[in-house]
Design a protein around this ligand. Structure first.
Ligand SMILES: Nc1ncnc2c1ncn2[C@@H]1O[C@H](COP(=O)(O)OP(=O)(O)OP(=O)(O)O)[C@@H](O)[C@H]1O
Length: 853
């Protein structure tokens, strides 16, 4: 708004006049700046204006009274100019006092107006003074002419002179008065001029101040304008933003409104739907109530009828439950009987286990179609046609992919425990590579108890069971690891060669062995020999547990092996096919079972040849790509399950048998001493038979039956069958592999020697078979024993002549062969019995010494 408008309330209203100030309206003027204009101010202005005009128009013709009045008015005006200046000064002083030198716009404007009024008044007054002077001059001239006229007249008439003289006097007095007046007025004019000069100075000061104020005001207003512009821009921006926000909000509001509207409509619809539904429901409820009442009635009726029928039915059901119980008892009995028949027949138990698909094999297809509770297994191959697409097999038990190690062991445990009752037990795993044999036998991770395989669980279990039987039995346990492939036998608990003769430890040492087992991951055959003594009857029992993790059963061409690996695979294959032959012969009840065709079958002879309990784990890879391997594995397993070994027998020895065993051991020891003597004698006669027969090494001089072997030193012998990945060498300890022997010993011996060897070997084999087949473990009298020993000694000597002596005592177990089997001390010709006799010399020796005495 225009500050002037603000000051005066309306733009049409003119500024305040000086007359207002002169009339003493200064305070009123200041106070009324906000209110409407006051009427008396305009009246005062009008009066002064009228007075001024009156002076200008009529002064020349005015009578003396009027002129004096006019003069009064002039002096009045001078007084008003003075008071006007006083007012201005007063306003300035007040402003300076109040505002500390800052004069407000309003005051500045007021002062400007006052100064303008003063200027106007002063210029008016000077005009008036000029006119008055002119007037006085004309009047003076008039009076001069009148005087002259009167003097002329005076000269004419004395009367007239007289009158004229009077008039003249009057005029003279008037003139002096006027002159006096004029002097006074001139003094006033001088005063006024002085005042005017003073006012001019004041005005110029005020003008300067006004200029200064104007400058600062303009500056300030300029700043204000700039600020206002900036603020305006900012505000505009903000307004824009707010407008955008507002637009967004409006949109959202619109969307929300639309949404709520649609929701409202939906709810409305739903409400209507519910209402109609509730109506319908309440109607239905009513109907239902009616119906339920009638149904209740009917139910009551039916209940009565039913309770009668229930009673009747209960009677019948009881009969049925009794019948079912009988049926289950019969079934249970049947199963027991079947198992007993199986036990009596000595059937090899066959458990089939299917491994799950390994991580990353999720896309593979399974060949396993059905797993029955009672050992049924159906395998299928969708790519095959006809009867080949589905095959059904029946085993003692089938473990599916989800079966745990614990579940598998629970079914194996009774068999393992029978070792402590003197039974020979053999558990072996068969199946193609990667089918889970090692997983089942050893477990993937010994540090996790749930992962333990049959091996570790069996040892653990035997240890705990033997501990719990401490009050009636003392048990001694020896553990061997036989790596069939390169014929190593390790007695894990022996620390040096002298101790090697005593691998049997008190049973508590088994705990130590369990710790050792964690160090060695046992795969190669693990054999646990148990000897228990009944504390009441003194009867001694021997039990052994073979745990065999066989090599992969897949065909050689499938294994894609070359070089050493190929030869190894061939050997493995050979031993597995030897196993197949043995199984086949057993299944056919053939009179000759070719146990000696491979080391594997030799080791397993005690378990397959009768009196033992044998369990085979058939491991399957579920992948349909392994279908043909799976089928051949299952066929083999089927054949194995048909093998009857005869009822298992416990190796319990009465006192008599034990004494005889002890005698045998004594005699063996005597023979050994004699052998040593012969050896000594031979060293006394160098260049004797060794040279003649082409045998040079005195190393083979020892003729101990225990230490003699038909084979070469251990490092040159290889046999296939176990899971070892050791060296592959072309050799066999068997008579059927004697061509290998002849090859290897061609440098050392002649053809004659070989013939002798074959002759003696055959002789030994027949003797052993005779002993084994007659079921005799040893002969009844010492004489016959001695005869056998003599025969053995002779043969030993012959062997020595041929150069097939033992390598050294530390490796005697690796030299187990037919030569050893010729000893009359064998129980069944198997490695198991040989190992026992070899490992027990000390324990049988002491009693024999007392007999001798
Ligand atoms: N029941 C099972 N559950 C989980 N994984 C298994 C199972 N059986 C086997 N496996 C896994 O399958 C793989 C092959 O198993 P394993 O080595 O025991 O086979 P194998 O028949 O002993 O093989 P090879 O004859 O080549 O030694 C291993 O990784 C093993 O952990």
């Amino acid at each position: 708004m225009n500050p002037y408008t603000e000051l005066y309330g309306s733009e049409n209203r003119g500024p305040y006049s000086l007359s207002e100030v002169l009339n003493g309206n200064v305070t009123e003027l200041t106070e009324s700046s906000e209110g409407p204009s006051t009427t008396p101010v305009f009246h005062a202005e009008d009066n002064s204006h009228d007075a001024f005009q009156l002076k200008q128009k009529c002064i020349g013709d005015l009578p003396a009274a009027t002129i004096s009045e006019f003069m009064k008015l002039n002096s009045k005006e001078q007084a008003s100019t003075r008071s006007l200046l006083n007012v201005a000064n007063k306003i300035l002083d007040e402003s300076i006092e109040r505002k500390n030198g800052d004069i407000s716009k309003r005051v500045a404007y007021l002062l400007k107006e006052v100064v303008r009024d003063i200027e106007r008044q002063i210029s008016g007054q000077s005009e008036v003074f000029k006119k008055q002077n002119n007037l006085y001059k004309t009047r003076e001239e008039k009076y001069q002419s009148k005087i002259r006229a009167l003097e002329i007249l005076a000269m004419g008439t004395s009367e007239e002179n007289e009158v004229a003289m009077n008039q003249l006097r009057q005029l003279k007095t008037e003139k002096t008065k006027i002159e006096e007046k004029r002097k006074v007025e001139e003094q006033d004019v001088i005063k006024l001029m002085k005042e005017k000069a003073h006012s001019d100075v004041q005005i110029s000061n005020l003008k300067q101040e006004l200029e200064l104020l104007k400058g600062t005001y303009e500056k300030h207003s300029l700043q204000m304008v700039v600020q206002a512009k900036e603020t305006k821009v900012e505000l505009e921006k903000k307004v824009m933003e707010l407008e955008c926000l507002l637009a967004d909000s409006m949109k959202k509001v619109e969307a929300l409104e639309a949404f709520s509207e649609s929701k409202y409509l939906r709810w409305k619809k739903k409400e209507l739907g519910y209402k109609s539904f509730i109506d319908f429901q309440s109607r239905s409820l009513q109907e239902l109530r009616v119906a339920s009442d009638s149904i209740k009635q009917e139910i009551l009726k039916t209940q009565k009828v039913q309770s009668k029928e229930f009673n009747h039915f209960g009677m019948k059901l009881k009969g049925l439950v009794d019948a079912a119980q009988n049926y289950h008892t019969v079934l249970e009995e049947n199963r027991k009987l079947y198992n007993e028949v199986q036990d009596l027949k000595g059937n090899i138990r066959v458990y089939c286990r299917i491994r799950p698909f390994l991580p990353g094999q999720s896309e593979k297809h399974t060949a396993i179609e059905y797993i029955g509770e009672s050992g049924e297994l159906v395998v299928a191959n969708s790519s095959k046609q006809g009867k080949d697409s589905h095959r059904l097999f029946q085993f003692n038990k089938v473990f599916g992919p989800a079966a745990t190690q614990e579940e598998v062991f629970v079914d194996t445990q009774p068999l393992i425990r029978s070792v402590l009752d003197g039974f020979n037990v053999c558990i072996f795993a068969y199946g193609q590579s990667g089918s889970g044999k090692t997983y089942t036998m050893s477990g993937p991770n010994l540090s996790s108890r749930e992962d333990w395989g049959v091996n570790y669980r069996a040892l653990h279990d035997l240890f705990h069971l033997s501990q719990s039987r401490r009050s009636s039995f003392t048990y001694e346990v020896g553990v061997q690891m036989v790596e069939i492939y390169n014929e190593q036998v390790r007695d894990l608990l022996c620390t040096d060669s002298s101790q090697k003769r005593y691998p049997f430890f008190r049973v508590f040492k088994v705990a130590f062995f369990l710790v050792l087992m964690k160090v060695y991951i046992i795969r190669s055959v693990l054999t646990v020999h148990v000897r228990g003594t009944d504390l009441k009857t003194n009867a001694v029992l021997h039990g052994s547990l073979h745990l065999v993790d066989l090599a992969g059963s897949e065909r050689v061409n499938r294994s894609e092996a070359t070089g050493d690996r190929l030869r190894e695979a061939q050997h493995i294959n050979k031993s597995l096919s030897a196993l197949g032959d043995v199984i086949f012969a057993l299944a056919q009840k053939s009179s000759h079972v070719p146990f000696r065709n491979s080391k594997l079958t030799q080791v397993l002879q005690s378990s397959l040849g009768g009196q033992a309990k044998t369990l085979m784990f058939v491991q399957l890879n579920p992948d349909v790509e392994s279908y043909s391997e799976t089928i051949s594995t299952l066929k083999f397993a089927e054949r194995v399950s048909g093998v009857e070994l005869g009822a298992a027998r416990s190796n319990k020895e009465g006192r008599g048998v034990r004494e005889l065993m002890e005698q045998v051991a004594f005699l063996k020891d005597t023979v050994a001493k004699k052998d040593e003597e012969i050896g000594r004698l031979r060293t006394l006669k160098p260049n004797s038979s060794g040279e003649k027969r082409g045998i040079s090494s005195p190393r083979y001089g020892s003729s101990s039956p225990r230490r003699h072997s038909m084979g070469t030193p251990r490092e040159s012998r290889t046999l296939s069958g176990g899971k070892s990945l050791g060296r592959v060498e072309k050799a066999s300890s068997d008579v059927d592999n004697s061509s290998d022997y002849s090859d290897r010993h061609s440098e050392a011996g002649s053809q004659q020697s070989l013939d002798d060897f074959r002759h003696h070997k055959e002789f030994f084999r027949q003797s052993r078979l005779a002993v084994v087949e007659s079921g005799q473990i040893i002969t009844d009298d010492v004489e016959s024993n001695t005869a056998v020993q003599d025969g053995g000694r002779n043969l030993t000597e012959d062997f020595e002549l041929l150069g097939f002596g033992d390598a050294d005592s530390e490796e005697r177990l690796s030299d187990i062969s037919d030569g050893v089997l010729s000893m009359g001390t064998e129980t069944d010709g198997s490695i198991n019995s040989i190992v026992e006799l070899t490992l027990f010399p000390e324990t049988v020796k002491r009693p024999m010494e007392s007999i001798e005495k």
